[in-house]
Design a protein around this ligand. Structure first.
Ligand SMILES: [Zn+2]
Length: 241
């Protein structure tokens, strides 16, 4: 298989300034990262570093350069709202799929945050939208990644982990896991329960994909804002993948 070149972000801990986000990324940030605290988003006048201020919205010292981080003013938010609105008008599927994502992420009964002007149109759109798209199985991927991390901390190779998890029957998975040498279980601090249906994987590639996705969600803010999927639906694919 030919290797593709790819870009690696060098500093995942320092996200792009909000004003540089695309419309869809901005909506995602607003909905999933800021939520009702959106008004506290503040930027440093000197270096652009962004923080979220909670409580009183007074300017705070910039943790990056010692300058001042002040909450963005209404004009800034109007510009941001325009950008988001344009993105939602261009892509009619955006709001319905974000609504599906919201329901997949949060427990049943959670309420979408209600945004006032200049963002009330977004709340209205979310309220009336019919969710589309297969809900992402966020939690099952995260649970699987935690389990794999634990197995790997006991030096178990991925191929071996796959052998354990590659059976639809919870009992059989548990049998396979329980057959691990005793020293592995000592490393793990006891036997792991592998019966949750989130732990079943059909192929080694699927296992890799789901774990990689969870790790990127944990470590790359940009991956969260882009709404990266576990499987990239591109047209050009290697036939064997
Ligand atoms: Zn600064």
């Amino acid at each position: 298989m030919r290797k593709k070149s790819r870009l690696i972000t060098t500093s995942p801990d320092r996200p792009r300034p909000s004003a540089a986000l695309s419309g869809p990324e901005f909506v995602r940030k607003l909905l999933f990262e800021l939520g009702p605290a959106w008004k506290g988003l503040a930027g440093c006048e000197a270096c652009g570093y962004e923080v979220l201020i909670v409580g009183a919205f007074d300017p705070v010292p910039c943790p990056a350069c010692g300058g001042t981080c002040a909450p963005f003013d209404p004009t800034w938010w109007e510009r941001a709202a325009r950008k988001m609105r344009l993105a939602c008008q261009r892509d009619k599927a955006l709001v319905p799929s974000l609504k599906a994502e919201w329901h997949a992420r949060y427990p049943e009964g959670s309420h979408l945050p209600r945004f006032p002007e200049p963002l009330s149109w977004l709340s209205d759109a979310l309220e009336t939208a019919v969710p589309i798209g297969r809900p992402l199985e966020w939690h099952s991927h995260f649970r699987l990644a935690h389990l794999v991390d634990r197995f790997q901390s006991a030096r178990l190779p991925l191929a071996k982990i796959f052998e354990i998890l590659n059976h639809p029957s919870p009992k059989e998975r548990q049998r396979r896991s329980d057959r691990l040498p005793e020293f592995v279980n000592r490393f793990l601090g006891g036997r792991l329960n592998v019966q949750d249906k989130a732990y079943y994987v059909g192929t080694l590639e699927e296992l890799r994909r789901r774990v990689r996705w969870a790790h990127r969600q944990w470590t790359h803010p940009a991956a969260r804002l882009k709404g990266e999927r576990v499987r990239n639906r591109t047209k050009k694919r290697a036939p064997r993948d």
